[in-house]
Design a protein around this ligand. Structure first.
Ligand SMILES: Cc1ncc(COP(=O)(O)O)c(C=O)c1O
Length: 376
C-alpha cells in the first residue's frame, strides 16, 4: 500500500521533538479526570472484565452516541476499534476494482489512498481558493458524480478548516441522491465550529443512505481512547461493514467502551474546553501571521482544530524538514494530504500553542530569509 505520509512523518517527529505545531487533535484529559467528568467511578473501571465485547459495540455506548443525532437509533451505530478503521472498513466494503470514488481534496491521507488502492485510481474534487478564501466548486462536483460509486467529504475540513454553508451541504446531498452515489461523510471535527451556532446538521440526519464517521479523537480531544463510530442506516450495509470489521479489530476493548461512554456524557464540557483553547490560539496566531505576511499566507479556519499556511516563496517540505530536524518544531507539509502548492498544516488545539509559536517566531527572526526561500 502507498506510504501513509502524514503518519510516517508524525512517527518520525511527534514524540521526539518538543514543539508540536501540526497536531490535529485537541488537548486531552487523564483517565481519572474523564471518569470524574462522565460521572463514573475508578472502582467500577478497575473491575471491568477483560473479555471479548460485542461486534456492534456496547449497548449503553451506542445509545449515548445515537442520542447525539436527531434521527439515529442505537442499532444504526457501529462502534469501531479506532476512527481510522471506519475509513478502511467502508472503502473496503463498498468499493471494488474499477469503481470510481470521488474524494474532496486535499484530504486526510486515508480518504484518498484507500479508494485509490482498492479501485486503482481516485477522482479528486478539489477545494478552490477564491479571493483568499476556500470555496467548493459544486458545478465541478455535478460533472464528477455521474457513474461514481462513492463521494467522500470531510467537514469541518482537515487540513483547511473549511466549513460549507447549509445550502452547499444540501446541494452535495442532493447531487449524490440524484446520481445514486453513496455519500461518506467524515465528521471527526464536528462540534468544533466557531461560533457553535454554525454547526451543520450531521449528514446522518440529512440522508438515509449516507454513511457517517465520527469519534472522540478531535472534538473531544481523546485520541488515545481510539474510539470511533459509524452511522449506517441501511441494514444490509451495516452487516457488510461489520463483517469487514471482524477482519480488523472485531470488537472494542472493554476499557475504551467504558471510557467512551464517559466521554459522550462529558462531551459538552470537553468540547467547550477545546473550543476555548482553539479560540485563544486563533487570537495568538493572527498577529504572528500579520507579522510574517510577506512570506506566509494564512487563510484562518472557519471550524476545526487545523488550518493550512501557504508559503509565498520557498518549499514547504524544506521548511518543515529543517524546522523538525534543527529546531525541534513540528509542522506538517500539506502535500502529504494532497495539497497542490507549497502549504503546511498548523494545529490549533493544544494548550502550548503560544509557547511553540513563539519558538517558531524566534527561529524565523534568526534564520527567516534562508528558511523561507529555500527550494525543494
Ligand atoms: C479527517 C480525519 N478522519 C479520520 C481520522 C482518523 O482518526 P484517528 O487517528 O483517531 O483514528 C483523522 C485523523 O487525523 C482525520 O483527520
Amino acid at each position: 500500500m502507498k506510504l501513509f505520509e502524514t503518519e510516517d512523518y508524525f512517527g518520525r517527529y511527534e514524540f521526539s521533538q518538543p514543539y508540536m505545531l501540526a497536531a490535529s487533535d485537541c488537548d486531552n484529559v487523564s483517565i481519572a479526570e474523564l471518569i470524574r467528568l462522565g460521572g463514573g467511578s475508578m472502582e467500577e473501571f478497575s473491575r471491568l472484565p477483560l473479555g471479548y465485547t460485542t461486534m456492534e459495540g456496547n449497548a449503553t455506548l451506542r445509545s449515548a452516541i445515537s442520542a447525539q443525532y436527531r434521527t439515529v437509533t442505537p442499532d444504526q451505530v457501529l462502534v469501531l476499534g479506532a476512527p481510522i478503521e471506519g475509513i478502511y472498513t467502508v472503502m473496503r466494503t463498498l468499493l471494488a476494482p474499477g469503481d470510481r470514488a470521488v474524494v474532496l481534496a486535499p484530504a486526510y491521507d486515508a480518504l484518498l489512498n484507500l479508494p485509490e488502492d482498492i479501485t486503482g485510481s481516485v477522482t479528486r474534487w478539489d477545494l478552490q481558493t477564491v479571493d483568499g478564501r476556500w470555496r467548493l466548486d459544486l458545478a465541478r462536483l455535478a460533472d464528477l458524480l455521474p457513474g461514481a460509486r462513492l463521494l467522500a467529504i470531510n467537514f469541518p475540513h482537515n487540513p483547511t478548516g473549511y466549513l460549507p454553508t447549509q445550502d452547499e451541504l444540501d446541494q452535495i446531498v442532493g447531487l449524490c441522491r440524484q446520481h445514486g452515489v453513496t455519500l461518506f461523510s467524515d465528521e471527526m471535527y464536528r462540534g468544533l465550529e466557531y461560533p457553535p451556532a454554525t454547526t451543520l446538521p450531521s449528514v446522518a440526519d440529512l440522508d438515509e443512505t449516507a454513511i457517517v464517521l465520527s469519534g472522540a479523537s478531535k472534538s473531544l480531544g481523546l485520541p488515545g481512547l481510539r474510539l470511533g463510530w459509524l452511522i449506517i442506516k441501511d441494514r444490509r450495509r451495516y452487516r457488510d461493514i461489520m463483517n469487514t470489521k471482524v477482519y480488523t479489530s472485531m470488537c472494542s476493548p472493554q476499557a475504551s467502551e467504558y471510557l467512551g461512554t464517559m466521554a459522550i456524557k462529558a462531551a459538552p464540557q470537553l468540547v467547550a474546553k477545546n473550543l476555548a483553547i482553539i479560540r485563544e490560539n486563533l487570537r495568538v496566531a493572527a498577529p504572528f501571521f500579520h507579522k510574517w505576511r510577506e512570506h506566509l499566507r494564512w487563510i484562518p479556519p472557519q471550524a476545526g482544530s487545523v488550518s493550512v499556511i501557504e508559503m509565498r516563496h520557498g518549499s514547504a517540505d524544506a521548511l518543515c524538514h529543517e524546522l523538525a530536524t534543527k529546531h525541534g518544531i513540528v509542522l506538517l507539509p500539506s502535500r502529504f494530504m494532497g495539497c497542490q502548492g507549497e502549504y503546511f498544516r498548523l494545529g490549533l488545539g493544544r494548550r502550548d500553542f503560544r509557547e511553540c509559536l513563539a519558538v517558531f517566531d524566534d527561529v524565523l527572526t534568526k534564520h527567516g530569509p534562508a528558511l523561507l526561500h529555500r527550494g525543494p
